[in-house]
Every structure is written in C-alpha cells, then in structure tokens.
Design a protein around this ligand. Structure first.
Ligand code: IPE
Ligand code: IPE
Ligand code: MG
Length: 263
C-alpha cells in the first residue's frame, strides 16, 4: 500500500501544481433557473464541465481530482431529481469509462453504495476494475458520500479488523480505513456556486487544504476558472502550524516530525 503523509503528523511536501484537487460542484440548479430551464438541465450541462475539468487537470499534471457528485444529504431532494441524478451517474459510467480508460485515467467511487441498485453497483465495480492499474490522473467521484459517514465506516472497519486495539488506537491506525487512503490529502478545495461551506464533504481529509470559493456556477466553470483557482493556491503560504519565518527558512527539513508509516 502506498504511504501518504498525514498533514497533522508530518509536514507534507508542497508542489507548485496541487497534487490533489477536491471540488464541490455546486450551482447546477441556479444555472438552469436563470435560463428558465428545469433544474436537471443544469445537472446535464454540468457533465460537460466535468469533462473539461478532467482534461485540464490531466494536462496540468494534477495527480488526483475528487468531485462531489451526490452527498449523503442529497436524498432529501425531490424524488424525481434524485432519480434523474442516479440515471445520469449510470449514463456517465456507461458512456465515459472507456474514454477514461483510453486516457489511462483511474476511476474510483467513494461513498455508501448500499443505497444504490444492483445495476449501478455492477457498473461501479466494473469501472473500477477496468481502470485500476491506470497511472495518469486518479479521478474520484464521491457519490452518496458524507464526511461523517466516512469517519464512522472507518472506525467500524478498524474495530472489526483489529479488536485488540480497543481504545488505544492512533490516527495512523484509522487512516488506512478512510475512503481516500489511496490518495494524499487534498491540497486545494474548490467550491463553485457561491456558498462558503463544506456540506459534509471530506471532513477528515481537508484538514490543511487551501479553500477556494467562487461565485461561478458549476455549468459555467471551465479550464480558465480552474487556472484562476490554481493561481490563487500558488500565491498562498502553507504553514501547517509553523511560522512564516520557519517556512521561509526551509522548515520542511528541520521540523521535528513523526513517521506515519503504516502497512
Ligand atoms: C450541485 O448543484 C449538484 C448536486 C448537489 C447534485 P445543485 O443542484 O445543488 O445546484 P443549486 O445549488 O441548487 O444551484
Ligand atoms: C453539496 O451541494 C453536494 C454536492 C455538490 C454534491 P449542496 O447543494 O447539496 O449543498 P448545500 O445543501 O447547499 O449545503
Ligand atoms: Mg447546491
């Protein structure tokens, strides 16, 4: 299993281009409403933005892109919208997976799959299996995902596998059970659509992500908007708890850090 640096246990290496970008794709409904279209037309149009952003990340050398497609709370929406979104997800898997595979992109789906029907679950499993060994971008789609769900499922799985730990477990014991243990923590978090909240996305993993909010609605977001977010990221100083002076003196090497290796 690959080893990744936990931002709270070791100071991660910081690259000029974020290694991992996590996005809350928000504003589809409002985009449609502004055009006197049904909300679902915004979701449909949002798929095109997904294609453009995946391509742009790939070209810019981003290694991990994680997209929030459906939250554990989105079931509260009207049944016809929920059902449209599930259909759209299925169609995306049907149509796009071979293209992703041809581009050497690995696809991962995170979230609670127990509420999906068998057909959808079969498509998810097949898509992950087909692309598992691809080495370009890792594209993760968060579907029926909630940050609290993630922490809870990780706890349950850890306690089941390692009952001997009882109450004496560390962060590093829990980390391999979290949904995104295969990826470094997000460097850059983007939320489109103007709201400034996390909405139960990657609560654990966003500990030290740089947050970027834009009023642009998701269907109107594009490669240039992504470049603007990355430029904002590049102008920031990531201190991870240290002082600015330490960072400028090359604090990465000096900082006392604990090794977070786990099997
Ligand atoms: C985000 O757009 C897509 C999903 C949550 C599935 P919204 O549907 O939330 O769009 P707004 O926020 O109502 O404009
Ligand atoms: C967050 O957007 C979830 C996704 C984009 C999938 P929401 O539109 O559901 O978030 P809230 O309800 O405004 O917080
Ligand atoms: Mg919304």
């Amino acid at each position: 299993m690959a080893l990744f640096q936990s931002s709270t246990r070791i100071i991660p290496d910081v690259a000029n281009v974020p290694r991992h970008i996590a996005i809350i794709m928000d504003g589809n409904g409002r985009w449609a409403k502004k055009r006197f279209l049904p909300r679902v037309a915004g979701h449909q149009r949002g798929v095109e933005t997904v294609r453009e952003v995946v391509r742009a990340c790939h070209e810019m050398g981003v290694e991990y892109l994680t997209l929030f497609a459906f939250s554990s709370e989105n079931w509260r929406r009207p049944a016809d919208e929920v059902s449209f979104l599930m259909q759209l997800f299925l169609k995306m898997l049907e149509r796009e997976v071979s293209k992703l595979h041809n581009n050497n992109i690995r696809l991962k789906i995170i979230g609670d799959r127990s509420r999906f029907d068998d057909t959808l679950n079969r498509y998810i499993e097949d898509a992950e299996a087909l692309t598992a060994n691809n080495t370009n971008l890792t594209l993760t789609v968060a579907a029926n995902y909630g940050g609290r769900w993630d922490i809870m499922q990780a706890m349950r799985a850890m306690v089941r596998d390692r009952p001997e730990l009882a109450g004496a477990f560390e962060e590093a014991d829990l980390a391999p059970y979290l949904s995104m243990s295969y990826a470094p923590e997000p460097d850059l978090f983007i939320r489109t659509g103007g709201e400034q909240r996390i909405s139960n996305f990657l609560l654990w993993q966003l500990a030290y992500a740089e947050l970027y909010f834009t009023d642009t609605l998701w269907p109107a977001f594009d490669a240039d908007a992504l470049r603007a977010a990355i430029a904002s990221y590049q102008a920031r100083e990531r201190r991870f708890g240290r002082t600015s002076e330490q960072v400028q003196a090359g604090g990465q090497a000096q900082a006392a850090s604990q090794d977070e290796r786990h099997a």
